[in-house]
Every structure is written in structure tokens, then in C-alpha cells.
Design a binder for this molecule. Structure first.
Ligand SMILES: Cc1ncc(COP(=O)(O)O)c(C=O)c1O
Length: 384
């Protein structure tokens, strides 16, 4: 093999030897049974395949075309993008909002811009939950900002660290997910905002796994929060909203700053009208899906209890994301393969996505799953 290519091949070989090699799963099955017993996705409300969304995409395409043709700052801005942002701001209770092509891009672009040392006049001091998503770390890395990690969800630890750095004059930031994607547990957003205000810090919250699922009308754990101008909320349109993309809801000055300074917004083509049309339709449907939200959380509680009785460790989950922590990567892969033989699809999550020794099956529940589906899953798990 060519010498240069050998580096990449050797990296893959090393991953394989530690059971950490990633491979694309077989293309998703279209059959109803396979879909029903699929716990590997994030389509928590079953919206991804709803006809209303497909129709809305078609209508948006008819009006604005399939592609947005350029960055929002050049040719890609449409009334649809602006209407969606106005709606997001209204529902999140923020002054302004902005959408992105993906949640990953939103985090990387916004965090990097917010932590920019030229803008701040000094290095930022970033306090981050230890289990934050990779895209949040990327934002910090792009800004070359060192993170002070606090123990997962441990706000006493965060408060201690903030206290310790009280006299430090550097601009402070706190970064956290609201529902954690790999553990299914929740941050106390009220306490986080209080802490951020007490210490003059900007609070950045990622609602990727909460959007559509929590809050009085389904707009996330921050929906009921009286957002401070220094609380910056991000979320995705790719999980419960069922389409793709990311959004941020924040003070107008921060939105205008992102439009001017975030490379991932400025130098990237605006989201396609097809995607925006479908996501806006889904967003409008969220308040009407309270019964599905309730059922989903009841189902999740039942599943956690049943798995607990069967001796499985579901960690600190209190939501529709239920990890089954098996510890060892090899054991996790074998469990996933065994379930696949029984027609059940789950994700095997291994380091570096989760910490060493906490490899797990990640069960993502959907409103489309019935109690019978979950009972069949528990029976299959018992046989592992
Ligand atoms: C917490 C969190 N933030 C951001 C993202 C990225 O969102 P997207 O998939 O829309 O790029 C994810 C996706 O897994 C996530 O779990």
C-alpha cells in the first residue's frame, strides 16, 4: 500500500483490534416490522415519515425551488427561512432565532464565534458538562478555548468551580445539553440559568434531544424558562422534529453577531427550502402532540423499570433515551448482533462517544413504539 494511505489503514486496524471500528449499518429496511422494532433512531415522535411533512416540503419546493442557491447572506434567504425563525423565536421566548443546515454545524459555528478571543478581548473561561456532545467540543476547539469540565449534571461541582474562579476577570461561559443524548438524563435548566446569572456567565444550552418532547407545548426544557439575554439556546430539527437542521434562539445582538462572525453560517449554503418547509410544518404540529409526548415518557418509564427488574443498568435516564450500560465494547457489539438476529435494531455506542468502560446499547424510543414492541424488546434482552 502507498505509504501515505498506510497511516489511515493502520488507524483502522488499531480501532478494529479494540472493538472500536465503526461501520455503516445495512441500509434501513422499509418493512413495517423492521421499522417498528428499530430503536436506533432519533425520530422520537414518528414525524419523519408523516405525509404532512412531505406535502409541506413539496409546497415549499414549488414556491422556492429545491435548493437555496447560496448562503443566507448572498442568494439563499427566503421568506420561508425568515418565517421559520420568527416562529422559533416566538415559541422559545427569545428575541431572535437563526437556522442552520445541521445541529452539528450550529454548535460548531456558534460556540466558536461566541468564544472568539478577538471579540472578547481575552481568552474565555469555559465551564462544560463532562458529557457534552462532540459538536460543542469542536466549537471550543475552533476557538482554541480550554474547557474546565464539571462532573456530569453536578451543579454543586459547577458552583464550586465558578466560586474558585470568582476573581478571574475572563469572560465566563457555561455549556450543557438539556437532555443528554447518550444517557437520557436532564439538566436543571433553572438552576443553570441562576448560576450563570450569579457569575455573569453566558449560558449555552443544547436542546437537541429535548426539542419536541418537553415543555408545555413541546418546545424544549427551556420553553418554560424566562430566558435571560445571556442564555443562548440551541436545538436540532433532525431528531423529534423529524427533518434535519439546527436552530438557535437568543438575544438579537447575539443573532446579529452570529450572522456577521460565524463561519459555519456565513460560508455555507442556506438550508434547502424543502427541508425548511417540512421542518416548519413539524414545528407547528408540536403543540398538538401532547398525548404522544406523555405516552412516550410513560413507555420509557415502563421500559426502564422492566429492564431494571431484569438486572440491566439503565444509568440515570429519565427520558425517552434509555441506555443499557454493558461496560465492555465487545459485549455491547455481541448484544447488538444478537438482537439484530431477532429483528431488533439498536445502537451500540462505544468510546470515544461515551467514556471508557461505559459501552452501551442506546435505546431511542419513539411514539410509534407500542407497549407490545417494548415487551418484545425486554424479552429479547433477557435472553442476551
Ligand atoms: C446533543 C447534540 N447536539 C447536536 C447534535 C448534532 O445535531 P445534528 O444531528 O442535527 O447535526 C447531536 C446529534 O447527535 C446531539 O446529540
Amino acid at each position: 500500500m502507498n505509504n501515505l494511505l498506510r497511516h489511515y489503514a493502520e488507524t483502522l486496524e488499531a480501532l478494529a483490534s479494540q472493538d472500536l471500528l465503526r461501520k455503516l449499518p445495512a441500509a434501513a429496511q422499509a418493512e413495517p416490522l423492521a421499522r417498528r422494532m428499530d430503536f436506533s433512531g432519533n425520530d422520537y415522535l414518528g414525524l419523519a415519515s408523516r405525509q404532512e411533512l412531505v406535502d409541506a416540503a413539496q409546497e415549499a419546493g414549488r414556491l422556492y425551488g429545491a435548493g437555496s442557491t447560496g448562503s443566507r447572506l448572498l442568494s439563499g434567504n427566503t421568506p420561508l427561512h425568515e418565517a421559520f425563525e420568527a416562529r422559533i423565536a416566538q415559541d422559545k421566548g427569545s428575541e431572535a432565532a437563526l437556522i442552520f443546515t445541521s445541529g452539528y454545524q450550529a454548535n460548531a459555528a456558534c460556540i466558536a464565534a461566541l468564544l472568539d478571543q478577538h471579540t472578547l478581548g481575552s481568552e474565555p473561561l469555559v465551564f462544560a458538562d463532562r458529557l457534552n456532545h462532540a459538536s460543542m467540543h469542536l466549537g471550543c476547539a475552533l476557538a482554541e478555548a480550554r474547557q474546565v469540565r464539571y462532573r456530569h449534571l453536578d451543579l454543586e461541582h459547577l458552583a464550586e468551580l465558578l466560586e474558585k474562579h470568582k476573581a478571574d476577570k475572563r469572560p465566563k461561559f457555561i455549556l450543557s445539553e438539556t437532555v443528554f443524548g447518550m444517557d437520557g438524563d436532564r439538566a436543571d435548566v433553572v438552576a443553570l440559568q441562576e448560576l450563570s446569572l450569579a457569575h455573569g456567565a453566558l449560558l449555552y444550552l443544547d436542546e437537541a434531544h429535548a426539542t419536541g418532547l418537553f415543555g408545555p407545548r413541546g418546545y424544549g426544557l427551556t420553553e418554560a424558562l424566562d430566558l435571560a439575554p445571556t442564555t443562548f439556546v440551541m436545538g436540532t430539527l433532525s431528531k423529534a422534529v423529524g427533518v434535519s437542521g439546527g436552530y438557535v434562539a437568543c438575544a438579537r445582538v447575539l443573532r446579529d453577531y452570529i450572522v456577521n462572525k460565524a463561519g459555519g453560517f456565513i460560508f455555507s449554503t442556506a438550508p434547502s427550502p424543502l427541508v425548511v418547509g417540512a421542518a416548519l410544518r413539524a414545528w407547528e404540529m408540536l403543540p398538538g402532540l401532547s398525548a404522544q409526548r406523555e405516552q412516550l415518557q410513560e413507555n420509557a418509564a415502563w421500559l426502564r423499570a422492566s429492564l431494571g427488574l431484569a438486572g440491566f443498568n439503565t444509568g440515570t435516564s429519565s427520558t425517552h433515551i434509555v441506555p443499557v450500560i454493558l461496560g465492555d465494547a465487545d459485549r455491547t457489539l455481541r448484544a447488538k448482533a444478537r438482537l439484530a438476529e431477532l429483528g431488533i435494531t439498536v445502537s451500540a455506542v462505544r468510546p470515544p462517544t461515551v467514556p471508557q468502560g461505559t459501552s452501551r446499547l442506546r435505546l431511542g424510543l419513539s411514539a410509534a413504539h407500542s407497549r407490545e414492541d417494548l415487551a418484545a424488546l425486554v424479552e429479547a434482552m433477557k435472553g442476551l
